[in-house]
Design a protein around this ligand. Structure first.
Ligand code: SF4
Ligand code: SF4
Length: 486
């Protein structure tokens, strides 16, 4: 371990740790543009300069300099503050003053650093440089050359993370700009990540451009519902409508990235027509009447199967299996949905909680399924047509009933994947917390509450279900079912 002092505080770090990273461990954020935790170091923006061992003539870039034994680092000395102001003035010389119409406003390090570290006025009286604006890099990404500060995060993302070079830097000095390569528009299926990592508004998403100012939006820190990888995301909504998913860093799952398909799937959850209230034999019913009817239909559970969705949370699945166990239903199956996966993040399993369902005892529908008297579909999942043949009754609990709803003897509402709260276990075995990004509105109850009432349990909170699930199945660090508090 290496011992050094940063702003008078002693810190011990692993050999190879940079000054910027060591400062972070003390809660000191050194400003930076070109540095990014999940891309290699370049050291081109010079805003992360710090003073080492009292050397004020030659400041050091903290993103690249490894810590040394006994170093004395200052991140806020007079020399550092003066140098930062100089870098800010240099970057802003040609940057357009268009924050009022820029999508990055509100989440822009250039804006934030101008406020914290800039000089507050400009000595620049010359004409600002003009560069290309609104260049379509693809049908997903738009580039504004005047806003670009040439940090090269975007080009390095493709080179280092995606092993391709659809864009690069052309020309030299003041004429340098990011440009498309000879093969035309960017085709990479992870390209929207460059919009997130661009530290200014030079790269914007065709999908999100001009939709909403971020300070008017509500955000939920949750998990992408698109596939079994469970990339950590922040879901952004405005007035009950989802407007975007962006990745949230988790070094063990998705680092800072997500696939474009998962990112752009947010609109699938802005459903306009949904199941509200309960129905028995096509007629409106109270929840109590509907649950009583299910009890009557299922009887002793013989010849009945449960088909649960692998987008149901572990807590919902525990409530379902508790009810099934009490009434003697022994066939606990889970649904399946697939799409094309890849070798980076995207999994072929297009549902977020298959691992959780299997840990809780749900199995895939057998190829040779026994003939059934009744089927209880719990959650949003495709139902194999063979299961529907010769049924006496069908119970369906889902956010959107579709055609299947017409065949259901009992129909109950359900939550979409972005309205759920609880735990999903991803394909790597991580139990992750899911938070609701939207409210379902009237006539919809929490899924776990419906199954709890059917099971006759007295869980009054989701936490109580989690505790009961943990007691019944165990949750260890090797096979967690319960997300750790974070
Ligand atoms: S477009 Fe953005 S990420 Fe790319 S070099 Fe310019 S400022 Fe950096
Ligand atoms: S890889 Fe899967 S979990 Fe990650 S963003 Fe894509 S769809 Fe969502």
């Amino acid at each position: 371990m290496i011992k050094l002092t940063i702003d008078g505080q002693e810190v011990e770090v692993e050999p190879g740790t940079t000054i910027l990273e060591a400062a972070r461990t003390l809660g000191t954020e050194v400003p930076h543009y070109c540095y990014h935790q999940d891309i290699g170091i370049d050291g081109n923006c010079r805003i992360c300069l710090v003073e080492v061992n009292g050397n004020t003539d030659k400041l050091t870039i903290s993103c690249k300099q490894p810590c040394g034994e006994g170093m004395d680092v200052k991140t806020e000395s007079d020399a550092v503050v003066k140098a930062r102001k100089g870098v800010m003035e240099f970057l802003l010389i040609n940057h357009p003053l268009d924050c009022t119409i820029c999508d990055q406003a509100g989440e822009c390090p250039l804006q934030d650093y101008s406020y914290h570290y800039g000089s507050g006025d400009s000595r620049f009286v010359e004409q600002k440089r003009n560069k290309r604006k609104k260049v379509e890099f693809s049908d997903k990404v738009v580039f504004d050359g005047e806003r670009c500060i040439l940090c090269t995060r975007c080009t390095r993302f493709f080179e280092e993370v995606r092993d391709c070079r659809p864009i690069g830097v052309e020309n030299m000095g003041g004429k340098s700009t990011i440009t498309l390569g000879p093969n035309g528009p960017i085709e990479d299926p992870y390209q929207l990540n460059i919009v997130d990592i661009c530290p200014v508004g030079a790269l914007t998403s065709q999908d999100f451009r001009f939709k909403q100012r971020i300070w008017f939006m509500d955000f939920a820190e949750t998990v992408c519902p698109g596939c079994a990888k469970g990339c950590n995301i922040t879901a952004g909504a405005y007035q009950g409508k989802l407007l975007r998913f962006v990745p949230r860093r988790n070094p063990d799952v998705n680092k800072s990235w997500m696939c474009d398909d998962g990112r752009l799937s947010y609109d699938d959850y802005n459903i306009t027509e949904r199941t509200r209230g309960a129905k028995v034999a096509g007629a409106d019913a109270s929840f109590e009447e509907a649950l009583a009817k299910i009890g009557e239909l299922v009887g002793d559970g013989s010849g009945v199967a449960v088909l649960a969705s692998t987008s149901d949370t572990c807590e919902e699945l525990h409530a379902i299996r508790t009810w099934a166990g009490k009434v003697g239903v022994t066939h606990l199956w889970h649904g399946a949905e697939t799409w094309e996966g890849d070798d980076f993040l995207k999994e072929e399993d297009a549902t977020p909680n298959t691992a959780g369902a299997q840990r809780l005892g749900f199995t895939p529908v057998p190829t040779e399924a026994p003939s059934l008297r009744g089927l209880v579909v719990a959650g949003d999942c495709p139902v194999p047509p063979a299961l529907l043949a010769d049924l006496d009754f069908l119970v369906l609990q889902a956010p959107v009933a579709g055609e299947l709803g017409e065949a259901a003897m009992v129909l109950l509402p359900g939550l979409t994947r972005v309205e759920k709260k609880g735990t999903w276990v991803n394909c790597l075995g991580h139990a992750q917390k899911v938070q609701p990004a939207l409210e379902p509105g009237p006539g919809v109850r929490e899924d776990w509450e419906l199954w709890r009432d059917l099971a006759g349990e007295d869980w009054t909170t989701l936490k109580a279900v989690t505790r009961a699930m943990e007691a019944a199945s165990g949750s260890s660090s090797d096979t967690p079912l319960v997300a750790s508090e974070s």
